[in-house]
Write a protein that binds this ligand. Sequence first.
Ligand code: HPA
Length: 274
Amino acid sequence: MIGYKELNTIKEYIEAKTNFTPKAGLVLGSGLGGFSKRIDKIAEIPYSEIPGFPVSTVEGHNGSFIFGYIGKNRLPIVAMSGRVHYYEGYHMSEVVAPVRTMGLLGAKTIILTNAAGGINMSFNPGDLMIINDVITTFIPNPLIGPNIEELGTRFPDMSKIFSDRLIEVLKRVSKESGVNLCEGVYAQCTGPSFETPAEINMLKTLGADAVGMSTACEAIAARHMGIEVCGVSCISNMAAGILDQPLTHAEVQETADKVSSHFESIILGLCQNL
Ligand code: HPA
């Protein structure tokens, strides 16, 4: 469990090293790995260096926080290069600790990105989807446990997790840059196995447009803190059973890499309009 005391130790460690107050936080999902090169970096702190901080066990590297300025407006930003997932075996309070840390460091806005399987039949692999709501019924709620009063209330409202203002900005940026964005509901499952076709059928019936293994819990934790949240999924594959073919992580990675330049320009445009 990571509680308020541990979060403060983490925050103090980072502040002692960086002396930097980010206005926004950005989680770099699949397809956005290269985005960190666009940041005028002033510091990078590997997660493995931070006391009590969860370390990613799946990606090629363990992950790090990148601090610096982004875009023409030189927005002070902290980016997470690598995230931890519930399926790695971490407690939910550990999974959302990085997002909470960004909030405690000063981020008023958090941009979440990921790769997701497309459920909506009008989507195609390579599409970018604005997340307008989430289904978290199939994962433990990240706020279970003693409420951290310093972060937010016991029963926070979740009727508008994703900021209308930021969704409008994303749509404007998409028009200006000629990158098409679709929009929909993201359902989070635990993974690590991909869903079964029967599960995808169920999620479709429940109103999900895309499915993934991250992000929704992060969005809830950020919203609990009153942070303005926005999210974009790269539809890296059609979900199980929609096409008659097995799913692989390699396919997810390949599609995400293919659309990375579009993904980066949308997220850069958003940062320039915060
Ligand atoms: N299911 C769950 N998570 C995913 C998928 C999927 O099809 N694609 C990318 N992340």
